[in-house]
Write a protein that binds this ligand. Structure first.
Ligand code: URA
Ligand code: CA
Length: 434
């Protein structure tokens, strides 16, 4: 087989065989196929597309490029959740304990964040003593004992994706449905999940900018799941404003704790109830959406969800004093008010812009080696649809450096789009694909 022929075949719009796709993925991962040929094929795929079967074959070739985690010694159906990248998205910290309190095993291996804000692991490290490193046996034992573990990703999961994603990033071939779907699904399948709930973000700051694109991506991922015998549910949710109020590491942990106690932001709570319902159904712990939702609501109102969070933090060495009194958790040095310069209705809050501001404050990594500041970030005070008057506080900047904070306050003001007229609110959940 020659790489040249594979590129030519796709350039002419033909279907690639499983063997050809495997030849490419395996050869590229091992370094036998040069970047220029891989780039040419990616661009041909971008223009000529892949069908469902090719996309499934690409996904499984990528899964087989590295380690595959075996979670079969964990009792029950392992349901994983993945979000395509939101700003201020605290759902994992809420969903994990919430569904675990209903007996759904949560065996999560998370990465650290790059850009925007930190990843789930970074956020959890806001709690003093919290440990994300453990051996495989301890990991499995903890899930079986307590139903929830969140650990740092180890091992060599889907090396093909690491190389391909870096190349796509440099060759303008990121935004292809088959390439995105195979990239995400290969990582979930290699992580050992039996079933997957996807949260596909739709909006200006998201990969998918229109409802029809988001739907196509959802369908592509559900279809991969069907072909490899893993149940997949995809929820399409709004990202035309950050989720909840807080964007930043310790700030988001506090917001997650509030939500687990039943006093969190409405949109974050609603999204967690929706995603959580499908996790509970796929795990076989409820027969339908209404029952699942009821169980989740009870787990919050009875205090069981928050209890599970405390149990999970303590089991991984975290200091519970920080959870009981969040003011101990990395308070920022300066809190700066951002006030409205006009009157009107908020129609949009640029999510990507807010994420970038949090990153510039120090909440996210600019390079892999950056050290993040757990205390800083943005806390919104108003959300889309709210009426505001001149000098109303729109948001607070939590900063470690007063000059940087003040500079970014102006930038943050520009993230708020304020109209004279009230514009009809867009939905939080657009669609659910099963
Ligand atoms: N997230 C991924 O992991 N891969 C993509 O291709 C896009 C988003
Ligand atoms: Ca948030």
């Amino acid at each position: 087989m020659r790489m040249y022929d594979i590129i030519l075949k796709k350039r002419e719009g033909h279907e690639l065989s499983k063997e050809e796709i495997e030849f490419f993925v395996d050869g590229f991962t091992r370094g036998h196929i040069p970047d220029y040929q891989a780039s040419a094929l990616l661009m041909a795929i971008f223009f000529k597309k892949m069908n469902e079967k090719e996309t499934k074959d690409l996904t499984m070739s990528m899964v087989n490029s590295g380690e595959i985690i075996d979670l079969s010694s964990i009792e029950g159906i392992k349901v994983d959740k993945h979000s395509t990248g939101g700003v201020g998205d605290t759902t994992t910290l809420v969903l994990g304990p919430m569904v675990a309190s209903l007996g759904v095993p949560v065996a999560k291996m998370s990465g650290r964040g790059l850009g925007h804000t930190g990843g789930t692991i970074d956020k959890l490290e806001s709690i003093e003593g919290f440990n994300v490193n453990m051996d495989r046996d301890t990991f499995i034992k903890n899930v079986n004992d307590r139903k929830i573990v969140i650990g740092a990703q180890t091992g060599n999961l889907v090396p093909a994706d690491k190389k391909l994603y870096a190349l796509r990033d440099l060759t303008a071939t990121v935004e292809d449905i088959s390439l995105i779907a195979s990239s995400i699904m290969s990582k979930k399948i290699a992580s050992g999940a039996d079933a997957i709930v996807l949260d596909i973000k739709l909006g200006e700051g998201a990969f998918m900018k229109t409802e029809s694109e988001a739907k196509k991506l959802a369908e592509a991922m559900v279809s991969i799941g069907k072909m490899v015998n893993k149940k997949v549910v995809a929820v399409i949710s709004d990202m035309d404003q950050p989720l909840g109020y807080a964007v930043g590491n310790a700030l988001e942990v506090k917001e997650a704790i509030d939500t687990l106690k039943g006093i969190g932001p409405l949109d974050l709570t609603e999204l967690c109830l929706t995603l959580g319902s499908y996790m509970v159904i796929l795990a076989g712990k409820a027969k339908d959406k209404d029952e699942a939702r009821q169980l989740l609501k009870e787990s919050i109102s009875s205090g069981r969800a928050f209890l599970k969070f405390k149990e999970f933090i303590a089991a991984q060495g975290g200091n519970i004093d920080f959870v009981m009194d969040c003011s101990k958790m990395h308070p920022a040095k300066y809190i700066i008010e951002v006030k409205s310069d006009r009157e009107g209705f908020i129609s949009k809050i640029h999510a990507e812009g807010v994420g970038l501001i949090a990153m510039k404050l120090g909440a996210g990594r600019i390079t892999k080696e950056s050290i993040i500041d757990l205390s800083v970030g943005v806390v919104l005070n108003k959300k889309r649809g709210d009426r505001v008057f001149k000098n109303d506080i729109l948001a607070y900047i939590h900063a470690s450096d007063l000059n940087i904070g003040n500079e970014l306050a102006e930038e943050l003001l520009n993230c708020f789009i304020i109209n004279e007229k009230y514009l009809e609110n867009v939905p939080l959940i657009y669609d659910i694909i099963r």
